[in-house]
Design a protein around this ligand. Structure first.
Ligand SMILES: Cc1cc2nc3c(=O)[nH]c(=O)nc-3n(C[C@H](O)[C@H](O)[C@H](O)COP(=O)(O)OP(=O)(O)OC[C@H]3O[C@@H](n4cnc5c(N)ncnc54)[C@H](O)[C@@H]3O)c2cc1C
Length: 391
């Protein structure tokens, strides 16, 4: 594989975070999967060690280092340690930055220090029973009443839905029914009328609490409006490139693990007098996958450089999410196939790799949505043929 350009500090951070996962997270994972929710202590411990939110300014308790490679390290190590269903990066890098990106100083000071410590767990609620890929179809709405907004509606499939102390809720706010006129509300645990529904039973990602949320005449003070009323849809779109890169980094690391599990098993398992690795079919399948993983890793590392330079486009982020999530499934599927019957047994890690992977091409924008974004670009009138580009 081609060299990757992490700094010495980031490599040390990786080694330390790996040790933290092995000591504080991995040993509890089975229990968390059985109870279908991570103990809140996981967030508190990570916060105490400085692994929860590295990017916020020191005044909010963070390290103030916005180099995305720290998050890439966290995403890769979390997935490779098979604790991806902790969803720590959803709290720290997917939802957290909404506060600094669109919130005001008072909101940042009120919430971020507790988020960095793991005392205030974050979630974001966009999806509804009748609106997923097509967010403009959402029904949750809010009306302005003097010093507050009155929020009504229901959300579903919300990650950290049970554990969350602060939920960024997207709602329609235009009495004229403009479907893109949305506002983001900071809904806090304990607000009257904010209720949790079921902690949904899932195919994989079992430790993650994915829940229904209900809002019945929730009085949200104006101080809890995130950014400008009516701008919520644009805010959601602005965060998407980074969110998709987050998804891509984790997905590819999970694909790398499935490859390693498959290759190790192929060396061990014997059939017809030789190891599986001795069959040309196994060699070709693994060679093809190894190549795809290495090529994808280069692309994603390049996207990380781009985001650090403030130059990651929505289209490139969509390509990263598409390739990484498809490879996550492909790699887990090949791993199960090479394991034979053992691959279907939960006692083999590849089995859970497979069920955990299945969601990758659906959430954070499905593969079809990624292809819509990419095709709009590569088939547009503005598309530049290769030999006309300025390299
Ligand atoms: C484990 C998990 C965690 C999640 N966490 C969160 C969360 O924290 N917050 C949140 O808001 N949501 C969350 N979601 C919801 C997730 O983002 C949605 O499930 C996803 O956006 C797809 O929406 P949908 O389920 O309504 O599917 P639909 O939008 O109904 O899509 C169904 C199928 O139709 C395809 N499709 C849709 N539109 C088109 C089109 N124009 N062209 C071609 N094909 C199309 C889709 O690609 C998909 O294959 C989570 C979901 C899961 C399962």
């Amino acid at each position: 594989m081609l060299p990757r350009d992490f700094t010495e500090e980031q490599s040390m951070f990786r080694a330390a975070y790996r040790r933290f996962l092995a000591a504080e997270i991995v040993p509890h994972m089975e229990r968390w999967r059985e109870q279908r929710i991570v103990d809140r202590e996981a967030f508190l411990k990570a916060g105490a060690e400085g692994y929860l939110m590295v990017w916020p300014d020191e005044k909010y308790g963070g390290m103030g280092d916005n180099d995305f490679r720290f998050e890439q390290v966290i995403l890769e190590e979390t997935a490779y340690a098979r604790v991806g269903d902790w969803y720590n990066s959803l709290h720290s890098r997917l939802v957290g930055p909404y506060l600094t990106r669109f919130g005001n100083e008072e909101q940042c000071m009120r919430f971020l220090p507790r988020c960095v410590k793991g005392e205030c767990i974050l979630a974001i609620a966009m999806t509804e029973p009748d609106a997923g890929s097509d967010l403009a179809g959402m029904r949750t709405h809010a009306e302005e009443h003097g010093d507050h907004w009155l929020l009504n509606g229901a959300k579903t499939y919300i990650s950290n839905g049970i554990n969350a102390d602060l939920v960024i809720v997207a709602a329609k706010t235009d009495p004229q029914n403009n479907p893109h006129h949305m506002t983001l509300f900071l809904v806090e645990r304990g607000m009257a009328g904010f209720e949790r529904g079921r902690n949904l039973v899932k195919m994989g990602q079992k430790a993650q609490d994915t829940a229904e949320l209900f809002f019945n005449n929730v009085k949200v003070p104006k101080a809890n409006v995130l950014g400008m009323p009516g701008e919520g849809f644009k805010y959601l779109m602005k965060g998407l490139a980074e969110e998709r890169l987050i998804g891509a980094c984790g997905a590819l690391s999970s694909a790398q693990l499935s490859y390693d599990l498959a290759a190790a098993y192929a060396h061990e398992r014997k059939a017809f007098g030789k190891t599986l690795a001795g069959f040309q079919n196994t060699q070709f399948k693994l060679a093809e996958l190894r190549t795809e993983l290495d090529v994808a890793q280069c692309f994603i590392d390049q996207c990380v450089r781009a985001i650090n330079a403030g130059a990651l486009t929505a289209v490139d982020a969509a390509k990263a999410k598409l390739i990484a999530s498809e490879l996550q499934i492909k790699s887990a599927d090949l791993g199960v196939q090479l394991h034979g019957g053992a691959g279907y047994m939960d006692e083999y890690p590849i089995s859970r790799q497979f069920t955990d992977a299945r969601i990758a091409t659906i959430y954070a924008g499905s593969s079809e949505v990624m292809k819509i974004i990419i095709s709009r670009d590569c088939l547009s009138e503005k598309y530049e043929p290769f030999n006309t580009r300025n390299f």
